[in-house]
Ligand binder design. Structure first.
Ligand code: SIN
Length: 523
C-alpha cells in the first residue's frame, strides 16, 4: 500500500519549503490535484517582505503587519514571521536565489500597501513567485516523490489521529495513501469568486477536507480582495501588483479624479481592504477605475509580467492607464494551527494559506504570504524532524476503488462564484448572508457535513467542496457582527463597530450544528 513518512498535499511555496527540509532525512511525497506549477505561489508578483535593509528593524515590519491586520493578529505568530523571516530570506540568498538589484548592486526593494518603507524583495521584476518556486523545485525534484493529477478528497482518521488520505484521479478512481504525518498545503480559495487573482484550481479543498475530518477552522470571514486586477471586457485578465503603486502609480476614475485622495493618509498605498472598498464604491457609482502609470518610465522592464498581461488583453500601456477592479486574493482564516502548524487533529498539519496561525489578523500585509510559506514551512519541517517518529500505518486491503457519479444536477462553478460575489463579497450584510447560507444548505444532502464523501466524480467533488467552503465562509461572516479588515458588514459599518477581540473559532461545534440541524432533520 502507498506509504511515505510525510505526505504533503499541495505544491505551493509552503509545501516546497517544508519538503526541501524534510527530504534531507525523510521519505516525502507531494500529491497535487493538477500540475505542480498550478499554484498561487507561481502567480505571486510583488515579492517577499523582509527586514533586509540596514535601516529597517523587525519591530517596524511587525507594526505594519499588525496595523494592516486590524490588531486581530496572533502576536507570537507575527514575531516569528518577521524575525525568522529575515534569517530564512538570507539563507535563500546564500543558497543562490537571485533577487533583483539596482545598478549599485544593492537589493532593489519595492514598496507596497501599508508598509511604511521599502521592504519588498522581488525577482524577475514582477515574477517573484515563479522564480522562487522554480528555484526551490530544482533543489528537491530528485528527492521527493511527486504525484500529479490526483486530488486529495478526504483525510483518513483512525483513533482520532490522521494516518493518511484518499485521492481521486481523472478516471474517478479513489486511492488510499498512508503516512506518519500529513501536511495540508492546499492554499486558499480565491476561485470561489468570479473575479480572482488565484489559479482557477484554488477553491479551498483543504478547508473542506479538514472540516469533514472534524478539525477546527478559524476566521474564514476574513477574505482579502486585491484592489487591482486587470479588468477589461467584463472580466479579469490577471493581477496588477501593488508594487506598481509602490513606484508611484495612483488610482483615478473615468473623470480623472484621484480616488484615494481623501480616504486614508497612505492614499494609494493604504491597506488593501481600504483601497479595494474605495474602488468597489467608485464602481458601484457606475464609474470605471484606472491605474495611472504614466510616471513609471521603465514600466516594461520593471513589470514584464504585467506588461505581457496588458498586451494579451489589448491594453496599450503607453497610454498610461490600466483598467482595474478588485478580485478575491487571499483568505486570512483557515485550518487553525499552533506555531508548529499542528492542527486540532494529531498527525495533521496545515501550512501556508490553508492554515490560520493568526499571523495575518483580519487583513494580510502585502508580500507577507510568500514569507509565511517559507518561514512556517521550514519551521514545520524542523518540528517534525525533531519528533520521535512512530510508524502507525493501518493495514488495508482496499486501496483502490471507483467512486460512483452522483445522479443529481449540481450547481455550476459559475453559479457558486456568482453567489459568493454577490452576497459574501467585499461588502456583506445579514440579509444577503442568510439568503446565500440558505441557498448552500439546499445542497446539504450531498454530504459535506459528514466525515467523508462516499460518492461523486472528481469534478463533482470539486463542486461539493466549493459549496461546503461557501457555506463555511457565509456562516462565519454571519456570526461576526462587526466590520474589520477583509470582513465588511454594511449593517455594522466601521464607524459604528467596536472590534471584538476574541477569535471566533468555527468547527463542528454545538453552535454550528444547531444552525443546520433543523435542515438535516436531526435532533
Ligand atoms: C501584489 O503583487 O500586489 C500581490 C502580492 C501579495 O499578495 O502580497
Amino acid at each position: 500500500m502507498p506509504f511515505a513518512d510525510i505526505i504533503i498535499i499541495g505544491s505551493g511555496i509552503a509545501a516546497l519549503s517544508a519538503a526541501k527540509q524534510l527530504a534531507k532525512q525523510k521519505n516525502v511525497m507531494i500529491i497535487t490535484k493538477s500540475k505542480v506549477e498550478d499554484s498561487n505561489s507561481m502567480l505571486a508578483q510583488g515579492g517577499i517582505a523582509a527586514v533586509i535593509d540596514k535601516d529597517d528593524v523587525w519591530r517596524e515590519h511587525y507594526r505594519d503587519t499588525v496595523v494592516a491586520g486590524c490588531y486581530h493578529n496572533d502576536q507570537k505568530a507575527v514575531k516569528k514571521l518577521v524575525k525568522d523571516g529575515t534569517c530564512s530570506v538570507k539563507k535563500l540568498i546564500h543558497e543562490g536565489m537571485l533577487f533583483d538589484r539596482n545598478e549599485q548592486g544593492e537589493f532593489h526593494l519595492g514598496q507596497e500597501g501599508a508598509h511604511n518603507r521599502r521592504r519588498i524583495l522581488h525577482a524577475g521584476g514582477d515574477a517573484t513567485g515563479k522564480e522562487l518556486v522554480q528555484f526551490m523545485f530544482k533543489q528537491l525534484q530528485e528527492q521527493v516523490n511527486i504525484i500529479e493529477n490526483e486530488m486529495a478528497i478526504d483525510l483518513i482518521i483512525h483513533d482520532g489521529k490522521c494516518i493518511g488520505l484518499k485521492t481521486i484521479n481523472n478516471n474517478d478512481h479513489v486511492k488510499k495513501y498512508y503516512a506518519n504525518h500529513v501536511i495540508l498545503a492546499t492554499g486558499g480559495c480565491g476561485s470561489l469568486y468570479k473575479v480572482s487573482s488565484n489559479n482557477e484550481t484554488v477553491v479551498g479543498d483543504g478547508f473542506s477536507m479538514a472540516y469533514r475530518a472534524g478539525a477546527e477552522l478559524a476566521d474564514l470571514e476574513f477574505m482579502q480582495f486585491h484592489p487591482t486586477m486587470l479588468y477589461t471586457q467584463g472580466g479579469s485578465k490577471g493581477l496588477v501588483s501593488e508594487a506598481v503603486r509602490g513606484e508611484g502609480a495612483f488610482l483615478v476614475n473615468n473623470h480623472g479624479v484621484k480616488i484615494m485622495e481623501n480616504v486614508h493618509v497612505q492614499k494609494d498605498l493604504a491597506p488593501r481592504d481600504i483601497v479595494a472598498r474605495a474602488i468597489h464604491h467608485e464602481r458601484s457609482l457606475g464609474n470605471d477605475v484606472f491605474l495611472n502609470i504614466s510616471m513609471i518610465s521603465n514600466f516594461k522592464q520593471r513589470f514584464p509580467t504585467i506588461t505581457a498581461l496588458c498586451e494579451d488583453a489589448g491594453i496599450d500601456i503607453t497610454a498610461g492607464l490600466i483598467p482595474v477592479a478588485p478580485g478575491a486574493h487571499f483568505i486570512m482564516g483557515g485550518v487553525k494551527t499552533n506555531l508548529h502548524s499542528e492542527t486540532s487533529i494529531p498527525g495533521l498539519y496545515a501550512v501556508g494559506e490553508v492554515a490560520c496561525t493568526g499571523v495575518h489578523g483580519a487583513n494580510r500585509l502585502a508580500s507577507n504570504s510568500l514569507l509565511e510559506g517559507i518561514v512556517f514551512g521550514e519551521n514545520l519541517a524542523n518540528y517534525i524532524l525533531s519528533k520521535k517518529s512512530v510508524t502507525s500505518i493501518q493495514s488495508s486491503t482496499k486501496t483502490e476503488y471507483a467512486h460512483q457519479k452522483i445522479d443529481i444536477e449540481l450547481p455550476t462553478r459559475f453559479e457558486i462564484q456568482e453567489m459568493m460575489t454577490s452576497f459574501v463579497g467585499i461588502e456583506r450584510d445579514r440579509k444577503g448572508l442568510l439568503y446565500v447560507k440558505n441557498w448552500f444548505e439546499k445542497y446539504l444532502h450531498l454530504g459535506w457535513l459528514s466525515t467523508s464523501l462516499k460518492e461523486g466524480t472528481k469534478e463533482q467533488i470539486k463542486t461539493i467542496n466549493m459549496l461546503s467552503n461557501g457555506w463555511l465562509i457565509a456562516t462565519s461572516a454571519l456570526l461576526r457582527t462587526e466590520s474589520r479588515g477583509g470582513h465588511y458588514r454594511t449593517d455594522y459599518p466601521l464607524s459604528k463597530t467596536h472590534w471584538q477581540n476574541k477569535q471566533v473559532v468555527r468547527q463542528k461545534d454545538k453552535e454550528l450544528i444547531s444552525l443546520v440541524e433543523p435542515l438535516l432533520g436531526v435532533k
